[in-house]
Design a protein around this ligand. Sequence first.
Ligand code: AHM
Ligand code: MG
Length: 334
Amino acid sequence: MRRITLTRFLIEEQRNRNVIETDLRLLIEVVARACKSISLAVGKGALAGVLGSADVENVQGEVQKKLDVISNEILLEANEWGGHLAAMASEEMEHPYAIPHRYPKGEFLLLFDPLDGSSNIDVNVSIGTIFSVLRCPEGVEQPEEKHFLQAGTEQVCAGYAVYGPTTVLVLTLGRGVHCFTLDRELGSFVLTQRDLSIPADTKEFSINMSNMRHWDAPVRRYVDELLAGKSGPRAKDFNMRWVASMVADVHRILTRGGVFMYPRDAREPSKPGKLRLMYEANPMSFIVEQAGGMATDGHRRILSIGPQSLHERVAVFLGSRHEVDRVTRYHADA
Ligand code: AHM
Ligand code: MG
């Protein structure tokens, strides 16, 4: 079998389709290398003393795990010196991270959730990294928060890694979605699936059911109908899965279809949802749309939302097209 490593894939994309600039290729390779380091740290677990809490809160008011902090540092260190970035932003940092003056600057902005699925870190369940790449507006030397506030449609690249039984990296450059599996002996990501495609129909849904009493009426209506099964209005039985790591739930949907929901709820009525728009919902929505799926906040296409702040939250409905379309219609009906 001819093995296509990530490096070869990117060089061939650049050569044959001219869709990748050299700096963007470098950026993706650096992020992939950082994901390998995170994968190694995650894999060592208790042996390396990396489990447990770091005893500090991040800007979201969540207690950081040691691996959240380690993963954030790995991504910052890997990406600051290559000359491909203008600045970075992370779930774990209140403000954007400026590239130190001693290094050259590039034209891209990198945003990431360094380790998604925090509640699963200490219990040996799949977790991952999510990232999004934007272009720094022209003429901006010192990017500030406002320069990051671009709609998801402006993303030039997005991806995620899942640290599960295998480590995979899933990537889109706006021309399909491709999956690479980490060959641990070689230390390289190898292309294992081109052009992932999410089936338009599904019999599987994904939502944290414990919040049911807090949901808005359209979400209740939609899930009630799914739960009613064969004898209900949908006339088929649905299965449910909730890993509580968005990376793992989305990866399952890219593999076999499904609908993922993290709606707004009445626990914190002032918040539009739990997940963060710029480094969780936007990159995942770009990937899902590129695989033929759909992603909305119940009302609007997520990728078209004009962000107001770096850490803003959003309700998320994504996955198989016909299901996301239906739950979005239920919001409009209401
Ligand atoms: P995190 O970025 O702090 O890990 O939070 C995001 C995660 C998602 O991966 C997952 O879908 C969701 O939070 C799970 O939330 P809950 O614990 O409410 O089910
Ligand atoms: Mg997250």
